[in-house]
Design a protein around this ligand. Structure first.
Ligand code: RTP
Ligand code: MG
Length: 141
């Protein structure tokens, strides 16, 4: 199985709830390594660029407002099938529809304040990792 890297964000709601460690523990228990990490408070321009694929969607402004409402914790996760594995750990976008035991079921409040972001495919993972970690040194372990 392929070793992949994916971009994960712990969103402002979950950072404010002080559950970064609990979410990291879930990544680690699933065999995903934290390969790089940084805390950042996104500017509006950065959030609009990051979520640019959604710019025509009705929820775009709410999404950007939310993503800049406080600091976020951004990490590269590495492991077998990391992209899909992280999406499974996250659960459905709407926490009301997320399977029990998923991060969103346990920590998210609403479809806007939904605790985590995860890249949805290989190509987006590369773009998103470069966005937050340009010229990154990711250390082999
Ligand atoms: P993410 O990109 O944050 O990992 O979430 P996702 O793939 O599960 O969902 P996506 O369709 O990419 O949407 C990005 C974020 O926009 C907000 N959203 N709101 N009100 C709505 O109908 C709606 N739909 C999406 C969510 O916060 C979602 O995480
Ligand atoms: Mg998405």
């Amino acid at each position: 199985m392929a070793i992949e890297r994916t971009l994960s964000i712990i969103k402002p709601d979950a950072v404010a709830k002080n559950v970064i460690g609990q979410i990291y523990a879930r990544f680690e228990a699933a065999g995903l390594k934290i390969a790089a990490a940084r805390m950042i408070h996104l500017s509006r321009a950065e959030a609009e660029q990051f979520y640019g694929v959604h710019k025509e969607r009705p929820f775009f402004k709410d999404l950007v407002d939310f993503m800049i409402s406080g600091p976020v914790m951004v990490q590269v996760l590495e492991g077998e099938n990391a992209i899909l594995k992280n999406r499974e750990l996250m659960g459905a976008t709407d926490p009301k529809k997320a399977a029990s035991g998923t991060i969103r079921a346990d920590f998210a409040d609403s479809i806007d304040a939904n605790a985590v972001h995860g890249s949805d495919a290989g190509e987006t993972a590369q773009v998103e990792i470069s966005f937050f970690f340009p010229g990154l040194n990711i250390y082999a372990r």
